[in-house]
Design a protein. Structure first.
Length: 313
C-alpha cells in the first residue's frame, strides 16, 4: 500500500511539474507575439506559423524514431473520434480568441477565457470522472478571485464589455475546457508527442485557412523580410510545441481539473514577464492575485477522498 501511495504521489508531482512548466512557458509567449504583431504579422498568420513549426519539430522527432508512434488506423473508433475532437476544439479555440480580441478589450476577453477551469470541473463531474468536493469548489473560487486581481490592473476605463466579445471568449473557454477533458483518457494509446503533433497540425490548417480568408494575398507583408518577426515566429514555434506536450502529459497524470487550475499560472507569469520587459512595478493586487492562484493550485491537488489518494483525480 505504501509503495502504491508513493508511486501515485510521484505521478502527481511529475504531472503538476509538467503543467506548471507549460503554464510558465506559455506565459512568456505574450511579449514574443507582441514583437511579431509589431512587425505587421496578423494574429491568425502568427498562430498558423507557430503551430506549423511546432508540428514539424514533433513530426521530425517521430519520423526519426526518437519518439514512439502508433498507427491511427488501428486505434479503436472511439479514440479516433476523441482525437479528432481534440484537434478540432483546440484549433477552433485559437481562431475564436482572435475574433474575440477584435470585439472586446483583451483584458476582458482573458478574464472570461480564464474561467475555463470552472467548466472543466463541471464537465469532469458530469462525466463522473472527478468529484466536485467542497475543497475543490473552494480552490476554484480562490483561483477566480486571484485571476480577477491579476487581470484587473490591465482594465482601463475605456475597457467595455460587448455581447459579441463575451460570447466569443466564452466559446473559446468552452473549447479549451473540452480539450482538457478529452485528452484525459480520450486516446491514451496515442503517445503524447504524436497526439500533440496532430493537434498542432490541425491548428496550422484552421488558423492558416482563417488567415488566407481574412487577408488573402495581403498575408504576404513586410514581415516576410523582418528578422525580428521571424525570430519571434521561430521562438514561439520552437518553445510553443513543448508546453503542448507537457500539458497533455500532465493532464494524463493528474486529471483535467487539477491541471486546469495549475494552468492559471500562465496569466501570472505573463504579467510578471510584461512587467520585467516594460520595466514596470507589480502592484500589490497583482502579487496578491498570484499568491491566491498558487494557494488554489495547492488546494486543487488535494485528494478528493481517502480512496482517491491512491488514484489520479
Amino acid at each position: 500500500m505504501a509503495a502504491s501511495t508513493g508511486t501515485t504521489e510521484g505521478r502527481q508531482v511529475r504531472g503538476l511539474l509538467k503543467v506548471m512548466a507549460a503554464a510558465g512557458a506559455m506565459g512568456t509567449l505574450g511579449p514574443v507575439a507582441a514583437l511579431a504583431y509589431g512587425e505587421g504579422i496578423g494574429p491568425a498568420t502568427f498562430s498558423a506559423l507557430r503551430a506549423g513549426i511546432g508540428a514539424a519539430i514533433l513530426g521530425a522527432l517521430i519520423l526519426s524514431g526518437l519518439q514512439p508512434s502508433v498507427s491511427l488506423a488501428r486505434l479503436p473508433d472511439g479514440q479516433r473520434v476523441r482525437l479528432a475532437l481534440a484537434v478540432a476544439v483546440n484549433g477552433l479555440m485559437n481562431l475564436v480568441l482572435f475574433f474575440a480580441f477584435g470585439a472586446m478589450a483583451i483584458g476582458l476577453v482573458m478574464a472570461v477565457f480564464y474561467c475555463y477551469p470552472v467548466l472543466v470541473a463541471l464537465m469532469s463531474a458530469a462525466l463522473g470522472r472527478e468529484r466536485l468536493t467542497p475543497v475543490r469548489i473552494l480552490s476554484l473560487g480562490i483561483a477566480c478571485a486571484g485571476l480577477a486581481l491579476v487581470l484587473g490592473g490591465q482594465l482601463g476605463p475605456e475597457a467595455h464589455a460587448t455581447a459579441a466579445g463575451i460570447a466569443l471568449a466564452g466559446i473559446a473557454a468552452t473549447c479549451h475546457a473540452i480539450y482538457l477533458v478529452t485528452i484525459r483518457g480520450g486516446f491514451d494509446d496515442v503517445p503524447g508527442v504524436q497526439a500533440t503533433s496532430l493537434v498542432l497540425a490541425g491548428g496550422l490548417v484552421i488558423s492558416g485557412t482563417a488567415a488566407l480568408a481574412i487577408s488573402g494575398v495581403g498575408i504576404a507583408g513586410e514581415w516576410l523580410v523582418s528578422p525580428v518577426a521571424w525570430a519571434a515566429i521561430l521562438c514561439a514555434g520552437t518553445f510553443g510545441a513543448l508546453p503542448k506536450v507537457w500539458v497533455m502529459g500532465g493532464v494524463r497524470l493528474i486529471g483535467s481539473t487539477r491541471a486546469a487550475v495549475a494552468l492559471l499560472m500562465e496569466p501570472v507569469v505573463a504579467v510578471v514577464v510584461a512587467a520585467l520587459v516594460l520595466g514596470q512595478q507589480l502592484t500589490a493586487a497583482e502579487l496578491a492575485g498570484g499568491a491566491a492562484i498558487l494557494v488554489a493550485v495547492v488546494l486543487a491537488q488535494l485528494p478528493t477522498t481517502a480512496r482517491s489518494a491512491l488514484t489520479a483525480g
